[in-house]
Design a protein. Structure first.
Length: 62
């Protein structure tokens, strides 16, 4: 099975938050010291999508 890129949905935000938290804690690609909460990630999602920016996820087709 190969993942496909698709527009993110609100239901994706908990998984996105968890994946990003791991990257903040264990990686070097983020300048954040503390992982953002689900509320913060939701606010970021809303800000980007309301400004017509694309917010994509890679997901396996169901």
């Amino acid at each position: 099975m190969t993942p496909k890129a698709r527009p993110a949905e609100h239901r994706d935000l908990p998984a996105i938050t968890n994946i990003y938290a791991h990257a903040v804690i264990h990686g070097t690609a983020s300048y954040e010291y503390d992982p953002p909460s689900l509320a913060e990630m939701t606010a970021r999602y809303e800000a980007l999508t309301s400004a017509d920016f694309h917010y994509l996820v890679a997901a396996f087709e169901e």
